[in-house]
Design a protein around this ligand. Structure first.
Ligand SMILES: [Zn+2]
Length: 232
């Protein structure tokens, strides 16, 4: 697979997660000239309250929305793994798939949902975060982990840092004051999720969260993450 490496790889459970969690920061990275790629683990085929939409139609709608949102942000590539929505499990198959894409894109930074949010937290988010951390360390790094991937030419890769969105105790805050409008524009691409029939105003909701995240910082609007460096 001849893909251009991406300095940043964003791994999300569903279409729209990356935009809610990190779009302002992603837009900043793109402005700095970094290549950003997405891996979206499910295509969100259960994300509707409309009883007339079939799951396979929803997959098409949501993948199209996700591609549009990525385009707004300048994300170069979106890979859909098409695991079932509400069906992600911590399996060897899922872990290997994430290792595969980490080795293909060779990112310095991986961005994903924090698996350690307590109580109400979408099971797919929790499992994605956990499997991403396992895939980053040690599986993507160790050449004996997957001899078959090695045979395919996928060399071991060391990720330098992981940023986790939706962290209960964030330790890293990015200034998104200058990219907030792009974040909202990207979120609005997810019409099936934030369209007219949704009972809240997405801009107001996201702005409040960004202001709260920026409390105590020198800037007005922030995204908050738990950041860890991988020392080995
Ligand atoms: Zn989600």
């Amino acid at each position: 697979m001849n893909r251009q490496p991406a300095e940043v790889l964003v791994i999300a459970a569903h279409p729209d997660d990356a935009e809610f969690g990190a779009a302002g920061t992603i837009a900043q990275w793109v402005r700095q000239g970094k290549n950003v790629a997405y891996v979206v683990c499910t295509s969100g085929d259960k994300g509707t309250s409309d009883p007339n939409i079939k799951p396979e139609e929803l997959v098409k709608i949501r993948e199209k929305e996700q591609r549009a949102a990525a385009k707004v942000l300048g994300v170069r590539e979106v890979v859909f793994l098409r695991f079932p929505d509400q069906g992600l499990e911590d399996t060897p198959e899922f872990r290997k798939e994430l290792v595969r894409w980490i080795r293909i894109f060779k990112p310095e930074t991986v961005v994903a949902p924090d698996p350690y949010r307590r109580y109400l937290w979408h099971r797919d988010h929790r499992i994605t975060g956990q499997v991403v951390l396992d895939a980053v360390f040690p599986y993507a790094r160790d050449h004996l982990a997957y001899p078959d991937l090695l045979k395919e030419g996928l060399q071991p890769h060391k990720v330098k840092e992981v940023l986790l969105w939706a962290a209960e105790e964030p330790n890293y805050f990015t200034d998104i004051t200058g990219t907030f409008d792009i974040k909202i524009a990207a979120l609005r691409c997810h019409k099936s999720q934030v369209g007219a029939d949704v009972p809240f105003d997405v801009e107001e909701w996201v702005r409040e969260r960004a202001e709260t995240a920026a409390k105590g910082q020198k800037f007005k609007l922030a995204e908050a993450f738990y950041r860890l460096e991988i020392p080995w």
